[in-house]
Design a protein. Sequence first.
Lengths: 239, 283, 288
Amino acid sequence: MWFAGTHALKTLNLSVFENEILGVIGPANSGKSTFLRGLNRLNDLDVHFKTSGKIYLDSQDIHRDIEVGLLRKRVGMVFALPVPLPLSIFENIVYGPRRHGIKNKKELEKIVESTLKEAYLWDEVKDRLNLGAMRLSGGQQQRLCLARTLAVNPDVILYDEPCSGLDPISTAKIEEAMLRFKNKYTQILVTNNTKQAARVSDRTAFFLMGDLIELDRTDKIFTSPLDKRTNDYISGRFG
Amino acid sequence: MKRNPYITEKIAFALLFLATILVLLPVIFIVFIIIQKGISAISWEFLTTSPRMGMREGGIFPAIIGTVYLVAGTLVFALPLGVLAAIYLTEYAKDNLLTRLVKLAIINLAGVPSVVYGLFGLGIFVIFLQFGASILAGSLTLAIMVLPIIITTSKEALESVPRSFREVSLSLGASKWQTIRHSVLPHALPGILTGIILAVSRAAGETAPILFTVAAFFLPKLPQSVFDQAMALPYHLYVISTQVPNVAEHTRYGTALVLLLMVLSMNFLAIVVRSRFRKLKKW
Amino acid sequence: MTLKSVKEFVIEKLIYLCGIISILIVVLIFVFLAKEGFSLFKTVSLKAFLSGEKWYPISDPPSFGILPLILGSLFVTLGATIISVPIGVASAVYIAEIAPPRAKEILKSGIEILAAIPSVVIGFIGMTTLVPFTKQILHLPTGLTAFSGSLMLAFMAMPTIVSIAEDALTAVPRKYKEAALALGATRWQAIHRVILKAASSGIVAAVMLGIGRVIGETMAVMMVTGNAARIPHSLFEPVRTLTATVAAEMGETVQGSDHYFALFAIGIVLFIITFIINLIADLSVNKK
C-alpha cells in the first residue's frame, strides 16, 4: 500500500482465523495502522492512497465483491483516541443501526442495552443515556465507542491502539471485554504495548518498516521468536 | 540619547489605540445621526402606507415589501445552490484543475463590483431572457452576487467539523451521503445559517444590482407576480435623497433608519447565532 | 439498486452540478460582458476608448474616451487607500495584539457593523454631512469632490482591511512572539519587528481586497463626488468614477447603441481590474 509515493506496507501474505485475537506489534511507522485500515478500506479516504493485491473476507474480495458500506458494517473499528460524536450516549450507539435502516424504538433500546453491557459500561451510564457523550471520562468514552461499533453487529473488530490514552483500569476493562468476545467476534489488535499483545492475543504479528517480519502463536513469539529483530523489539532493544 | 524602548512602546500603543477609535468613530456617528434625525419620521403610518405627492408624504411600505420580496427571491436561488456547492467543494471535490477553477471562480465572484452584476443582470435576465425589469431578474442578479458569501461561509462551517466524525460514521458502514447528512451537516448548520443571514443582509442593502433589473421609483400598486417591477428600500433612499427635491429631511433620515435597522438587526442576529454556536460547540 | 442508493446517486449528482454551475456563472458573466462590450470596438478604437480624454456619450458625434473616468476612479481610490491603509492596519494590530479579550470582541463586532452598513446609507450621510462640511471648512465651490469620495470610501474599506489583517496577525504562530519576548524585546518591538513581518503577506492581501472594495463601490461615490466626467487636476474637484458612470447612465441608453456598448466595455474594464487585484491578493497569500 502506498500513500503519495511512500511505500507504507510492503507485500505480505497473512490469514486471520475466525474467532481469534490477532495481535499486531511493531515500532512507529511499521505499517501496522496502514495494514489495519486496509482491512476496512478506511485508507480509501486518503486521495493519494494506492493499493495492490487482494484482501478477502470469507472468500469475498473486499474491493470487488462487497459494497464498501456493507464491508465496514461487518468489519468494525475502534480508534486510538476515543471519538464520541457530540450527541447523547444513546444517540451515539444508535447512529450505526439507524443508518442501516433500524427505526423501531424498542429495537434500538435493546441494542443500546446489550452493547453497553458487552462493553462493561451499562452499569455506569444506564440512568444517564441522554447525557452528552462528551462528558464521559476517557475510559468511558472508549468503551462507548466499543459499544457503538458492536451495535452494527460486526463479524470482525479492528482495534487501532485502543488503550493508548487510557488509565490502567479502563485498559483492563477493555481487555476483559476482548477476551469475552472471542466466541462471537474475530478481533485484530494493533498495539504499541507489547505486554498487552502478550496478555490478550492468540497469535501475534510483528511488523517492521512496512514488512511483516514474523507471525506465530503468541507464547512462541514472546518466548522464542525466530527472527532476531522480533527478539530485539520485544526485549526493548529498540522501539 | 538612546531612545527608551518602553516609551516608544507607550507612544506606539497610544497611536494604535487612536487608529482603532478612528475606525469606530464613524460608525457611532452614522448610527447616531440617523437615529437622531430619522426617528421622528417613524410612525405606523410611515411603515404601512404608500408614498404620496412624489414621496413627500405618506410612507415607504411598498419599498419595504419590495425589499422583502427581493430577499426571498434571492434566497430561493442562492441558498440551495450555495450550500450544495459548498458541500461539493468540501466533501466531494478531488484535488484537480476543475476544483481549483471553481475555487478561483468563487474568489473572483466575491470581488466583482456590484454595478457589474447589475450590468450582467440587465443583459442576461432583463434583455436576453426577456424577463424584463422584474422581481425575477432582480432576485437572480442578487442571488449571483451573494453566492460567494454563502459558499464561503458554508465551506468554512463544513470544514470546521472534525475529520474524525466522518471517519467514525464511515467505519460504522454509513454511505458518504449519510455521513454528510448525519454527522457533518448538523454540526455545520449554525455556521451555514450565519452565512445565510449575512447574505440576506447584503442583498437587502444593495442598490446597484437592482438599479436596472427591478427597481422602480414609484409604482401605483404592489407587485402581483415575479414579473412585476418592485420598489426597494435602498433605491428609494437613493432617489429621495438625490432626485426628488423638497422631501422633508426627517423623511429621508427615516427611510435611512428603516433600512439601517433592517440590515443591522440581521447582522446582529448573525453575530448572535455565531457566538452561541461557539459556546455550544462541544468539540 | 435500492431506493436508498438511487436517492443518494441523485443527490450526489446534484451536488456535482452545483459545483460546476459556479464556474459557469463566472464564465457567463465574462462572456456576456465581452459580447456586448467588444461590440463597441467596431466603431471606436481601443486606444481612443482607453486614452480618450472626452467622455461625451450623448453629444453628436459622441466621444467615448474613458480617461477622465479612469482618473476619477484612480484619484478616489488613491485617496481612500492613503487614508484607510495606515489607520486600518494600525487598528488591526491594536485589536489583534494589544486589546484585552473583552474589548476585542466588542471592537470586532463594531467593525462588522461598519462593514454591514449599506453603501447607499453611507453615501446619504456623506452627502448630508461631509459634503456641506468640506465646502464650508475648505472654502470650496462645492463639497462634491474626489476628496469627499475618498473619505467615505476609506470608511468602507477599513472594515475589510481591519478584519483580514487582523486574521493574518492572529494566525502568526504564538511561538514567534514568545521567542522575541524571551529574548528581551518589548511587546511593541516584538510586534513591529517580528509579527508584522510574519503576517505581511496576509496584510498585503487585506490591503488589496480593501482597494478592490473601493474601486468597485458605486452608490456612495455617486452621491458625493459630483459626477463630472472631466479630468481632475486636484483632489478637491468633482470627478466621476467608472462605476458611477455605468450606474448613472445605464438607464438612459438605448439598447444596442454605442453608448450601451460603451457602458458594457467599462464593465469589462472593471471586471478585469478587480480580477487582477484578487489575483495579487491570492498570490500574496499563497506565496507565504
